[in-house]
Design a protein around this ligand. Structure first.
Ligand SMILES: [Zn+2]
Length: 322
């Protein structure tokens, strides 16, 4: 029996840093353009085709544009793969849903509009400081948004969009794989066929297909940040997946563990697998030695069927216009 341990950090201790070191940090800047990979003799990291076999006309975003990335690009991605990943990205964007609009992130077509047609409401940003909440039928009592004028608060009860979980997972994984130094990428070469397979099998029961998510925090990331961690060398090498990615964008933070196809034999034949969570994913209190308050919210992204999430409730005192 494989025993999965999701281990959380405490104020004093970071199990993630004991098991992993930083492989690469990328922060998208407003104006400084960064392109990973060589300019000449490009080879696509995903389909392994070179410039004579496929085209590299479009500059591929290393991190999706909807996350606020306007400056980080990749020479490791051909036009075909770029199209394919563009489709998967719809699911990653759907996983963020209303939070993409509330975070006032600018995508390809400006600020994204969140709509609930049955409830006749719209939420969108007009600038990075102004969020518009529009009730298209003022007669109707909205299920999604209630305004508490006394406390200048909005209560949200939102139907997030449907998405395909495994597509969202693959989109996150693609970011991590795209960031890897060449030597670390070698371990993932055999996994690329799976990443490009539009009909890959359901992974609902695979613990490596969880994403850990944090909503809110002290900062809002108008440009995304990504930290890729690689496993340190151990005697028992197979307790931990090889890489884990933490990505911050808008008001969301995600962490995933990046599997390889070989992990099925390596990780899953052990008695135990350890998944250490980053301190960025949990709220830590100085006195919380026993770690009672820290918790993470995992979302299972193994399924390859369209998924309609439960309604999500939260309150906010965003400065808004109606
Ligand atoms: Zn390709």
């Amino acid at each position: 029996m494989l025993d999965i341990k999701v281990v959380l950090p405490t104020f004093e201790k970071s199990p993630l840093h004991e098991a992993y070191s930083i492989s690469k940090v990328l922060s998208a800047k407003r104006s400084k353009k960064v392109i990973l990979g060589k300019k000449k003799d490009k080879v696509c990291r995903f389909c392994s085709m070179n410039e004579s076999q496929t085209s590299f006309k479009n500059l591929a975003h290393l991190i999706p544009e909807f996350m606020g990335n306007k400056t980080l690009f990749s020479n490791y991605e051909c036009d075909n793969c770029n199209n394919y990943f563009g489709n998967l990205e719809t699911s990653l964007s759907g996983l963020g849903g209303v939070f993409n609009s509330l975070a006032t992130l600018k995508g390809k077509k400006g600020f994204p509009k969140f709509k609930d047609n049955s409830d006749e409401i719209e939420i969108f940003a007009r600038s990075i400081k102004d969020i518009v909440i529009r009730f298209n039928n003022p007669e109707k009592k909205s299920r999604s948004i209630q305004r508490d004028t006394n406390n200048k608060l909005y209560h949200f009860n939102i139907q997030q969009p449907s998405y395909i979980p495994q597509n969202a997972f693959k989109s996150l994984m693609k970011i991590g794989v795209g960031m890897m130094p060449e030597t670390e990428f070698n371990d993932y070469k055999n996994t690329m066929a799976w990443l490009l397979d539009g009909n890959s099998v359901d992974q609902t029961n695979n613990p490596l297909f969880q994403v850990y998510r944090k909503l809110g925090g002290e900062r809002r990331f108008l440009q995304p940040w990504a930290i890729l961690f690689k496993k340190r060398e151990f005697n028992n090498n197979y307790l931990y997946p090889k890489h884990t990615l933490v990505i911050f964008y808008g008001i969301l933070t995600y962490q995933i563990f990046i599997p390889t196809v070989e992990d099925k034999d390596l990780l899953f034949n052990q008695n135990e697998m350890i998944l250490p969570i980053s301190k960025y994913l949990v709220e830590l209190k100085r006195n919380d030695k026993v770690n009672n308050t820290a918790h993470v919210v995992p979302i299972n992204l193994g399924s390859n069927l369209k998924f309609r999430p439960k309604r999500i409730e939260f309150s906010s005192h965003f400065r808004t216009h109606e």
